[in-house]
Design a protein around this ligand. Structure first.
Ligand code: B12
Length: 510
């Protein structure tokens, strides 16, 4: 039955935003007029502040669509200031009630409810319809689980909503009609901005089978969802395949599927069914994220036979830092063996390291470098700067030990905007410049390991790593050109991809 309330759901700097589509889809299904707005996109390591023209365009669009409620999806804490600014501008111009949802209000509800009129805390796949139904009836939604409300100084804090089974969640709708908009630089494009992307991204699960890494926000969601249902949930293979069959009809350019799960499910029976159904009914190459503790040749061989093309795996730090600070009981031996398996199966692999943390000592950096040198080539090396998310175990410990201040925590800080992926030209102490340059050189297949060991031993580069950094920049550029070339051959290079990743002002390392 059609409903009266007109709702706008806004994604900040993310065209692929799952949260927005998971909110908009059931609301449309329930009869609401939903305007989906993709407000600017992300450029890796760069999230430029919105221009006046962009803010005005947003406000005018909301007015033109005669919206009654404005809902922002605030995924990451680094967007706190932008979301606050846009909220204030929209409220000032329109006087409309503002709702925030997403991981940031989930982790910092008190700070967010001070700004928005309502916030969603946690997953609200079903509860979001109950919430807007209450508003539609003219009620204040004071008893809808998953939502908080501010009334002057009073705050009504409802409990978390029950977690839903993932097979009950509607597929994100990618239709491209006049109710989806992308705002960039004062221009409004109509239609779903992600519909023509050659890479289709989705989750086969929610949650994490480990939940322990202290830097990850999942350590906060686990206690939050206690008693609210199964926390680590995997979709049935059939549900997943049906989504892809649906997506293939709408998004006709899909060349590769990327599973964004924290850790891709590697359960034996699930993989067996996946292997049987994926090639016949989907038949698109795919990529997954794995954990070194889970990697075994059997399941990966099945996935490879089903179309698995590439894997991504976290190394993170030295064994000591992984265990003592990150509560991640992986070993170097597991990592070496996992990379050996990837090579044996001919899978492309991208290994991830976290840098710029306040706890790794020279000996830890040396250990990470030695581990990288031990791994069978080729592989991509993605280096990330440690981003400290609010309220995580790591944030609390580093604060307690005086190793960081509140300014280093996302929300106040915006580290994820500046050094999410490590960029060699970012100012760092000389010793770190040397380590990063060596790491970048270590995985380049066109440089012999003997040569890299010589660079490592050079006293000159220990004193002054400038030339080493230049060599690393050049090798990185060559490696990236090869990588982009390979993608171009597969028809996967788009202006969007180049804009996001090949940013000469801040070239990420790989
Ligand atoms: C996949 C993923 C990505 C993908 C997104 C793919 C996609 N198609 O959306 C990519 C790689 C693009 C990405 C990018 C980033 N990510 Co990310 N990402 C994730 C991950 C693993 C899952 C997110 C997801 O899709 N969940 C499933 C959906 C359905 O859940 P959801 O988004 O939370 O939405 C639900 C509710 O929150 C709520 N909701 C959401 N929005 C709204 C809005 C309203 C109005 C309402 C009522 C409700 C509501 O309803 C939804 C349905 O239940 C999470 C980890 C996690 N556990 O959440 C990290 C996570 C969200 N990412 C994180 C970060 C930091 C980032 C980046 C900033 C990194 C960077 N510098 O590039 C960017 C930000 C991009 C952006 N502009 O938002 C952090 C945020 C932590 C923090 N406190 O800041 C997380 C939590 C990871 C972590 N390690 O802790 N990410």
């Amino acid at each position: 039955m059609p409903k009266n309330l007109k709702i706008a759901v806004i994604s900040l700097y993310a065209l692929e935003n799952n949260g927005v589509r998971h909110v908009a889809t059931p609301l449309r299904e329930a009869g609401y007029t939903v305007t989906e707005i993709y407000f600017k996109d992300w450029v890796n390591n760069r999230f430029p502040w919105p221009s006046e023209q962009e803010v005005t365009t947003l406000i005018q669009l909301l007015q033109k669509r005669q919206v009654d409620v404005v809902a922002f999806s605030v995924r990451a804490s680094a967007f706190h200031r932008m979301a606050k600014y846009l909220t204030e501008r929209v409220r000032h111009a329109t006087g409309l009630p503002i709702v925030w949802g997403g991981m940031h209000p989930t982790f910092l509800p008190e700070r967010c409810i001070a700004i928005a009129d309502f916030i969603a805390v946690g997953e609200v796949d079903r509860a979001v319809v109950d919430f807007f139904d209450a508003l539609e009836r003219g009620e204040r939604a004071d008893d809808v689980p998953g939502f908080w409300r501010r009334d002057g100084k009073d705050i009504i804090r409802n409990d978390i909503a029950d977690l839903v089974e993932l097979d009950d969640v509607l597929f994100r709708d990618f239709h491209s009609t006049e109710d989806k908009f992308h705002i960039e630089g004062g221009t409004v494009s109509v239609g779903d901005p992600f519909i023509s992307n050659p890479e289709y991204t989705l989750l086969a699960s929610r949650g994490c089978p480990y939940w322990t890494c202290t830097f990850c926000s999942n350590t906060l969601t686990k206690p939050l969802y206690e008693g609210k249902g199964k926390k680590f949930r995997i979709r049935s293979v059939e549900h997943l395949i049906q989504e892809l069959e649906y997506a293939k009809r709408l998004c006709t350019d899909i060349k590769v599927v990327r599973f964004d799960d924290e850790v891709f499910p590697l359960r034996k029976d699930w993989i067996a069914e996946f292997k049987e159904k994926w090639p016949a009914r989907v038949g698109i190459p795919f990529e997954v994220l794995v954990d070194p503790r889970m990697v075994a040749i059997g399941p990966l061989r099945h996935l490879k036979e089903a179309g698995l093309r590439a894997v991504c795996m976290g190394i993170q730090a030295s064994e000591r830092v992984n265990q003592e600070f990150y509560n991640r009981n992986t070993t170097n031996a597991q990592i070496v063996e996992a990379q050996r398996i990837f090579r044996e199966l001919g899978l492309e692999s991208s290994l991830q390291v976290i840098w710029d943390d306040p706890v790794s000592e020279e000996v830890d950096k040396d250990a990470v470098f030695r581990l990288i040198m031990e791994l069978e080539r080729p592989f991509n090396l993605y280096m990330f700067g440690l981003t400290i998310y609010p309220n995580t175990h790591l944030a609390r410990r580093l604060l307690r030990e005086g190793l960081i201040t509140e300014r280093d925590i996302e929300g106040v800080g915006t580290h994820a905007f500046e050094q999410f992926r490590v960029d060699l030209s970012y100012p760092r102490p000389k010793a770190d410049q040397r380590w990063l340059a060596l790491m970048v050189l270590a995985n380049k297949p066109f440089l012999s390991k003997a040569f890299v060991w010589k660079l490592y031993a050079s006293e000159r580069f220990k004193r002054d790593p400038a030339l080493l950094t230049q060599m690393a920049q050049a090798s990185n550029l060559a490696h990236m050109a090869g990588f982009v070339g390979k993608m171009a051959m597969r028809g996967e290079v788009t202006p969007l991809l180049l804009k996001r990743w090949v940013n000469p002002g801040s070239l990420v390392t790989m």
